[in-house]
Design a protein around this ligand. Structure first.
Ligand code: ZN
Length: 386
């Protein structure tokens, strides 16, 4: 079969032996596969990434001198079953699958391991238990977005965003755009999106952002007064004094009233900020700008050492959360939300290429003014127009 192989940061189309499904595994014909920002990063910096993974106790990550077939955002068609499979989904069925594979006692990340080739290829092996049928005859172009949407789904769930909350999305690359789509799918009333790129601001609008901001002109946190947030520490302190004084005028002891308010969950308003850039300095920038009590969800993956000033975050009692991947349930929910027409993520896709067009697609994705998500269709000969 044909596949795009990455070795020493070079991408080329090569003939590879057909993969054979092992115990509990299924062979798929790849219909579509998204090119992920992490593929772009892994191509250039996988040795550093690999050592980061080892420090968190994962040892099977790719190295630059190995032959790697990328691709973890895919949907495919069932071709064949390996031994000890349940065979619930017959050949011809369209499925998605979480990109993890059992390997003896170990686990491999599909598309980021030399022992688990990804979907930049005509065929791929997946774990049967990680497979889910594509519902409602959803076309492969949309089904392939289930994986990146699951990432966004998990991030928004970890943010515990309520419908009446204000969510601020900093960075409108594929990750930020996914978060915007999911926030709107979950009915969050006010989504503010911020990006330096005109193209990406435009995409953010098409993904459903209510307010779109060019941070070169205005801070995404400039409207804190309009949203009823506490922008300054003095404001926080006067709220404490005011509240105490007001409760002192009630006929009940003030501490009973205060405790009741606590129990009812009455608290000052604060935004949930999604950091979707993943570059050094961004986190500190958000901490500086964000109102008091803001919850920051870190989705963008910064792989360099970064600096924050904890005292600024402490003065604002900033809540900082990091997120990784998703659960099988979140993956399924994202897939079904797309198929049910609740999660509108079509604007994300800005191009489709065949295997021969992957190298140029990687180059194009490096420019935020050109593309967001490019899909690979292994059956196509398409390349990006010049
Ligand atoms: Zn990805």
């Amino acid at each position: 079969m044909k596949a795009v192989v990455c070795k020493e940061a070079r991408l080329s189309v090569a003939e590879r032996p057909d993969p054979v499904p092992g115990k509990g595994q299924v062979l798929l014909k790849v219909l579509r596969c998204g090119i992920c920002g992490s593929d772009l990063h892994a191509r250039q910096h996988c040795d550093h990434w690999s050592s980061l993974m080892e420090r968190t106790g994962f040892h099977g990550f790719m190295r630059s001198d190995q032959e790697i077939v990328f691709g973890h955002e895919f949907c495919g068609e069932v071709i064949d079953h390996g031994p000890a499979t349940k065979r619930k989904f017959k050949p011809g069925r369209h499925v998605c699958a979480l990109p993890v594979l059992r390997n003896g006692n170990g686990i491999e990340l599909i598309g980021l391991s030399p022992r688990a080739a990804g979907a930049y290829a005509e065929r791929i092996v997946v774990e049967e238990s990680m497979m889910m049928p594509v519902p409602n005859g959803l076309p492969p172009d949309f089904a392939a977005l289930a994986e990146p949407m699951a990432v966004a789904w998990h991030a928004v769930r970890r943010g515990e965003v309520k419908k009446r909350d204000v969510a601020i999305v900093v960075g409108c690359g594929p990750v930020g755009l996914g978060v915007i789509c999911v926030l709107k799918a979950m009915g969050v009333a006010t989504v503010v999106a911020s990006d330096f790129s005109t193209t990406r601001r435009d995409l953010a609008k098409r993904c459903g952002a209510d307010v779109v901001i060019d941070p070169a002109a205005v801070s995404p946190f400039a409207s804190w007064k309009d949203y009823g947030f506490i922008g300054e520490l003095t404001g926080g302190l006067s709220l404490l004094l005011d509240t105490r004084e007001k409760l002192g005028q009630l006929p009940v002891p003030w501490w009973h009233a205060w405790r009741l308010a606590d129990t009812l969950g009455l608290a000052p308003k604060r935004p949930i900020v999604f950091e979707c850039v993943g570059a050094p300095g961004v986190l500190q920038h958000i901490i500086e700008g964000a109102p008091l009590l803001s919850r920051i969800v870190v989705v963008g993956v910064c792989m360099k050492t970064d600096q924050i000033e904890p005292a600024v975050a402490i003065n604002k009692e900033i809540d900082l959360r990091f997120v990784l991947a998703y659960t099988p349930l979140e993956y399924r929910d994202a897939l079904h939300a797309i198929a049910d027409g609740k999660l509108h993520c079509a604007p994300l896709v800005t191009g489709t290429v065949g295997l021969a067009g992957v190298d140029a697609a990687f180059t194009a994705l490096g420019n935020p003014e050109q593309h967001a998500k490019i899909l690979i269709d292994p059956a196509s000969r398409a390349v990006l127009p010049h």
